[in-house]
Unconditional design. Structure first.
Length: 354
């Protein structure tokens, strides 16, 4: 539904050039909620603004719903009209709502319909419907100053839906809201995604947002996407940074006794008592150091950190057993890592260092 190919954006500010995007390939499938996460300055806002051409990319292409937007020029000629029409199929919500304070809630929602040339009766009807959809049917005549932050964002969402878009872009829509309001706005986005089949691309700096609503996610750093995929695929990817951040287990102990395993489980494997089976089958006394389990999209997923006695090479068989169960296992062997500077005499004596 949304594809960017090798997207770059270079800003020139006060004689200095800033590369905000350095070759971004993004692929958002129809009907999914896709989250882009990253720290401040990673290029998230630039990316989302390039998707609806609020910002012209320096190079690369943007295709939304089969239309290559980057091939359409702005202005008053035919290409400009096509671009405006294509942009109407993309709604956008903003962190600070961007409502006009001099207009009522209804008039704010009517604004894009006015610009599209709709008559007064039709505009009123449509705005009324949209306000019902976002749960604000009874506040149509109020001014934005009388609304809470969550209500303002609902108006922002209703306005974004005025052009019956297929795609909704959300630029940190919940960053200015408290946790409870954040949850209700995310639930609304999820409902709209399901009810209307709306594809949602959101950017955020909060892992919680990714965890609670996203089907897929990408991690951005320094103008690049460094990891991306469905949340399930990311969890199954060895060493995935996003999976670690989605299911934080805290710091691993610096000098543990033994080998630490970080086990990721989801779907069928989540329901099996693999820890007790492992302990019984191999007569191991294992120690659980941390666990994070959640339900995402109705499936149980999570991570667990356990310590096995002995070193990595002593635990090859039980680790193999866990992997055979379909579990993702990352092995941390701090003893080996600590001795990486030079093998100990015992290693040499045991022939453990090849
Ligand atoms: P994020 O949304 O992840 O915080 P941005 O896309 O806002 O990141 O910014 C990416 C980089 O581009 C930053 O270094 C930022 O300073 C720079 N940048 C963003 N907008 C502009 C602009 N209009 N002019 C110059 N530099 C900009």
């Amino acid at each position: 539904m949304i594809t960017t190919k090798d997207l770059t954006k270079v800003y020139s500010a006060r004689g200095r050039e800033v590369s905000a995007l350095r070759g971004v390939d993004l692929h958002v499938r129809e009907g999914e909620v896709y989250g882009v996460v990253g720290t401040s300055g990673a290029g998230k806002s630039t990316l989302i603004r390039c998707v609806n051409l609020l910002e012209r990319p320096t190079s690369g292409t943007v295709t939304v719903d089969g239309v290559e937007l980057t091939s359409l020029r702005g202005g008053e000629h035919r290409g400009g009209r096509e671009l405006r029409a294509a942009r109407r199929s993309i709604g956008m919500v903003f962190q600070h709502f961007n409502l006009l304070s001099s207009r009522t809630v209804r008039e704010n929602v009517e604004l894009p319909l006015e610009l599209a040339g709709l008559g007064r009766t039709e505009r009123r009807r449509k705005a009324g419907e949209l306000l019902e959809l976002v749960g604000l049917g009874d506040r149509a005549g109020a001014y934005p100053s009388k609304l809470s932050g969550g209500q303002k964002q609902r108006v922002g969402i209703a306005r974004a839906l005025a052009g019956d878009p297929k795609v909704l872009l959300s630029d940190e829509a919940t960053s200015a809201l408290d946790p409870e309001t954040t949850r209700s706005i995310l639930a609304l986005l999820r409902d709209l995604n399901r009810q209307l089949g709306l594809t949602v691309l959101l950017i955020t700096h909060e892992m919680e947002v990714i965890k609670s609503v996203c089907d897929s996610a990408a991690l951005m750093r320094d103008g690049r996407i460094v990891e991306s995929g469905t949340v399930a695929d990311l969890l199954a990817t060895e060493g995935s940074e996003l999976a670690r951040e989605l299911f934080p287990l805290g710091e691993a102990p610096a000098r543990p006794d033994g080998t630490i395993l970080e086990i990721t489980f989801q779907g069928d494997s989540a329901g099996r008592p693999f820890i007790s089976q492992l302990a019984r089958t191999y007569q191991i006394d294992l120690n659980i150091l941390g666990a994070a389990v959640e339900t995402i999209g109705g499936r149980q997923v999570g991570r667990m950190r356990v310590a096995l006695p002995g070193r990595h090479q002593d635990n090859v068989v039980p680790i193999g057993y866990l992997r055979e169960q379909g579990l993702q296992v990352d092995v941390l062997d701090p003893i080996t890592d600590l001795s990486a500077a030079g093998p100990s005499t015992t290693d040499l004596a045991n022939g453990a260092v090849a």
